[in-house]
Write a new protein. Structure first.
Ligand SMILES: Nc1ncnc2c1ncn2[C@@H]1O[C@H](COP(=O)(O)OP(=O)(O)OP(=O)(O)O)[C@@H](O)[C@H]1O
Ligand SMILES: [Mg+2]
Length: 260
């Protein structure tokens, strides 16, 4: 069984700037990773590579046993569920919630085929039901609240039954109740052995769902620390990542960090 993801010395350079600098990172089946780092650390760039939307300038990125550059990314993409602000921005405002999810089965944003398989519609409905959206399936995506949009995006990312689920800041813009609801839903997903390997990008330790197993900490395009969450999420590593003197508080698997 190959690793879900294996990056070796992955670098990205754009316009004379190094966005990622020699990243080594391995994700094994069943692992749930949190990616932490300040604004501009390179988190989204790294997710773009993991989601096959971008190739490294150097180094090798192997995803689900396939090396980027040697594989048709359109064959790989259905195996990777991706939710990001950039993808959400591509969803037409008038598209119905059900269509936003069902079109993921065809790798399209925006409904381009008249007849969908009944099976696909049923799966989309089932996912929307699981994510608390079953009463809103006919609503235009553009009319949803931020929290509702986030849940539709996750349902969409899960539509193809992926082997890797990438969520880039899924809780951004949510109110306190919405955040807690999402964290609890993600904790349930993390506990599901049948769920895909997961990567969740966040700025806030409060958004780490219980059950997440590993953490990757980035700063200025480089890895500060990577490994099992319990051993790696330390005050020392937080200080090195965020360049701040932080006190780490563990409330029984829910974390917070405050300036000293
Ligand atoms: N095409 C590009 N050309 C030059 N610089 C770029 C390009 N794309 C991104 N960058 C820069 O790369 C750096 C990393 O960006 P990235 O979006 O990966 O950071 P991030 O960790 O996701 O930040 P945030 O927490 O704000 O989302 C930023 O300084 C950004 O301005
Ligand atoms: Mg980002």
């Amino acid at each position: 069984m190959s690793d879900v993801l294996d990056f070796a010395a992955v670098s990205v350079r754009r316009g004379g700037k190094t966005l990622l600098d020699g990243i080594d990172w391995t994700i094994k089946e069943g692992e749930r990773w949190v990616v932490l780092g300040p604004n501009g650390a390179g988190k989204t760039t790294l997710m773009q590579i993991a989601g096959t939307r971008m190739h490294p300038s150097s180094g090798t990125a192997t995803i689900l046993g396939e090396k980027l550059g040697r594989v048709d990314v359109f064959e790989l993409r259905p195996l990777i569920g991706l939710s990001s602000a950039a993808l959400a921005a591509q969803i037409p405002e008038q598209e119905t919630v059900l269509n936003v999810v069902v079109t993921a089965a065809y790798g399209a944003t925006g409904r381009w085929r008249e007849e969908y398989e009944k099976l696909d519609e049923r799966r989309a409905f089932h996912l929307l039901h699981e994510w608390g959206m079953s009463t809103l399936i006919n609503r235009p995506f553009g009319s949803l609240s931020e929290g509702e949009r986030k849940r539709v995006q996750i349902a969409r990312a899960l539509m193809t039954d992926p082997e890797l689920l990438i969520l880039d800041e899924p809780a951004a813009g949510l109110d306190l109740g919405g955040r807690e609801d999402l964290v609890s839903r993600l904790a349930t997903l993390a506990a599901d052995e049948a769920a895909p390997a997961m990567v969740l990008v966040t700025h806030h330790l409060e958004e780490i769902p219980p059950g997440f197993t590993h953490v990757l900490m980035l700063r200025e395009g480089g890895v500060v620390a990577a490994g099992e969450l319990g051993a790696t999420l330390t005050e020392e590593n937080l200080a090195a990542t965020f360049d701040a003197d932080l006190k780490l508080i563990d409330n029984g698997g829910r974390y917070t960090a405050l300036a000293r």
